[in-house]
Design a protein around this ligand. Structure first.
Ligand code: SPV
Ligand code: MG
Length: 432
C-alpha cells in the first residue's frame, strides 16, 4: 500500500479537510502531519484547540492511519523524515505566499521520487475566518486566561500592546502585518498603570482603585478575545494583594506584574528624578508568595518586576533580587530599564539565564526602542511589552484636532486627518 502525507492544522474541521482526506486515502495509507501550536503560532494566531485536542479529532477520522507532529510550517522536514510515496495538498499554493513552501516540498519529494498530487481547493470556506469567529464566540475567562501560558510554550517571544480602553484594545486585537505567508499580530494586551491613569486624567501614583482598573478591563474583555497582563504597580499591602489576585484571575486576566517599590510609587521612567524607594527584597518575596498562594489555577502568573536598574542600584542588586524572587516562586521576571540602549537588559538576561534557563523573562523597551523583537528573543526574553504606545499615538491626534478647530474657527481643515463619518459608522458592527 503506498503511503500518503497530508499536512493540516484543522482548528475547525470542515468539508474542505474531508475533501483532502478522502482524496488522500484513495491513493494509499494516510499519515497526517498535524501542525503543532508552535508551527502555527509562528505564522498566525494560536489555534483555538490545543495540539492534543486536534490530534484526537483527526485520529477518529476514517482513513487517517496515523497522526504525526509537523513542527514547522514547512513540509520538507517531515517529507524527508517519512518519505511518503505521495503528498496531497490543495492547489491554493501554486501562487502567492505559499508558493515557496510548495517549491521546498517538491524539492524534498524529488530527492527520492515521491509524487505531489494537488486537488482543487474547496471554495467558499475560510478556516481563518471561521477560526476568528470561533475564538470570538468561544472565549471564556478560563480560555483567555490560559492563553498566555500556551503562547509561552508555543512561541520564543510574545508581544503585548498597551490598551487603555475598549477602542484601543480593538485596534490592538485586529492589527495585522503580513510578511510572506506570516501574519504578524499582537498576542495580547498590557493594562498599564501609566496609561490607565492618564486616560482618567490622574497621575501614575497608584491613585486609581482596583475596581476602576478592573471595570475598564472588563469593558475591554467585552469586545476582544486576546489575553491581558495587568500592571498592578507595587501590588499594595500583601493582604490586599491576595484579595485582588482573586478578582483579577476571576475576570480572565492571565498575569499580574508587581514592582519592588514601596511608599508612594512614581513612574519608573522618572528614575531618580523623583523620590522613590525600593522594597526590601525579603518583604517583596513574601508578597510574591502571598500572591501565588491565593491564585486558583497554575496558568495564572505572578510576575516580579525589578526596579534596581531604574533606581541605579546596579546589576548585582538586580541579579540578587531576580534569584530571590524566582526562588520565592515568581512565574516570571520583568527587568525594567530606562537606558537608551539595551545593553544592560541584555547583560541581565545573560547572567540570569545561566541559573534560570526557562523562567519567562519580560522587558519593556520604551527607552531602548531601537531593539528588535528578534534581538530580544535571541537574548532570552519571552515577553515584550509596548507599554504606552496607543495612548501616546491618540493624545497628539486629539490635541491637534482641538487646536486646529480653534485656530480656524471651523473643522474643515482638520477633517482629512480624521476618520470619516461613514467609516466610523462602519467601524463597530451593529452601529448601522
Ligand atoms: C506602565 O506602563 O505603567 C509601566 C511601565 O509600569 S513604565 O511606564 O515604563 O514604568
Ligand atoms: Mg506602571
Amino acid at each position: 500500500m503506498p503511503t500518503v502525507y497530508v499536512g493540516m492544522t484543522i482548528d475547525i474541521l470542515h468539508h474542505g479537510h474531508m475533501n483532502v482526506i478522502e482524496h488522500a486515502r484513495s491513493h494509499g495509507e494516510v499519515t497526517v502531519g498535524l501542525l503543532t501550536d508552535a508551527a502555527v503560532a509562528d505564522y498566525k494566531r494560536l489555534p483555538y484547540l490545543s495540539y492534543e485536542q486536534r490530534k484526537r479529532i483527526l485520529e477518529n477520522i476514517r482513513g487517517v492511519a496515523r497522526v504525526v507532529p509537523q513542527n514547522e510550517w514547512d513540509y520538507a522536514p517531515n517529507i524527508r523524515a517519512y518519505r511518503p510515496d505521495v503528498m496531497v495538498h490543495g492547489d491554493d499554493w501554486l501562487t502567492g505566499p505559499l508558493a515557496p513552501y510548495r517549491a521546498r516540498a517538491l524539492e524534498a519529494l524529488n530527492e527520492y521520487g515521491g509524487k505531489l498530487i494537488e486537488i482543487p481547493y474547496t471554495k467558499g470556506i475560510s478556516s481563518s475566518a471561521m477560526a476568528e469567529a470561533l475564538v470570538a464566540v468561544g472565549t471564556t475567562p478560563e480560555v483567555r486566561k490560559s492563553t498566555l501560558a500556551r503562547l509561552l510554550r508555543a512561541k520564543p517571544i510574545t508581544r503585548f500592546l498597551e490598551a487603555h480602553s475598549p477602542i484601543s484594545a480593538l485596534v490592538a486585537e485586529h492589527a495585522r502585518a503580513e510578511e510572506g505567508a506570516k501574519i504578524r499580530q499582537f498576542d495580547g494586551f498590557w493594562s498599564s498603570s501609566l496609561t490607565d491613569s492618564t486616560h482618567m486624567g490622574k497621575p501614575d501614583i497608584e491613585a486609581l482603585d482596583i475596581s476602576s482598573r478592573l471595570a475598564n478591563i472588563n469593558n475591554i474583555f467585552e469586545v476582544t478575545t486576546k489575553p491581558l497582563i495587568i500592571d498592578l504597580d507595587t501590588g499594595g499591602k500583601p493582604e490586599h494583594f491576595e484579595l485582588n489576585i482573586r478578582s483579577i484571575e476571576r475576570l480572565g486576566i492571565s498575569a499580574v506584574i508587581i514592582e519592588d517599590k514601596t511608599g508612594l510609587k512614581k513612574n519608573s521612567l522618572l528614575g531618580n528624578e523623583v523620590a522613590q524607594s525600593q522594597e526590601d527584597a525579603d518583604a517583596f518575596c513574601q508578597k510574591i508568595r502571598a500572591g501565588r498562594a491565593s491564585r486558583i489555577s497554575p496558568d495564572f502568573m505572578v510576575i516580579a518586576r525589578i526596579e534596581s536598574l531604574i533606581l541605579d542600584k546596579g546589576m548585582d542588586d538586580a541579579l540578587h533580587r531576580a534569584r530571590a524572587y524566582a526562588e520565592a516562586g515568581a512565574d516570571g521576571i520583568m527587568i525594567h530599564s530606562r537606558q537608551k540602549q539595551p545593553d544592560e537588559v541584555f547583560a541581565f538576561a545573560r547572567q540570569f539565564r545561566a541559573g534560570f534557563p526557562h523562567l519567562p523573562l519580560v522587558c519593556v523597551p520604551t527607552s531602548y526602542n531601537q531593539v528588535t523583537e528578534d534581538e530580544l528573543a535571541a537574548h532570552g526574553f519571552n515577553i515584550v511589552i509596548y507599554a504606552n504606545h496607543m495612548m501616546r499615538a491618540a493624545y497628539p491626534a486629539m490635541k491637534r484636532a482641538a487646536h486646529e478647530i480653534l485656530r480656524h474657527g471651523r473643522s474643515s481643515e482638520i477633517d482629512k486627518q480624521l476618520i470619516s463619518i461613514n467609516e466610523i459608522l462602519e467601524l463597530i458592527p451593529g452601529t448601522r
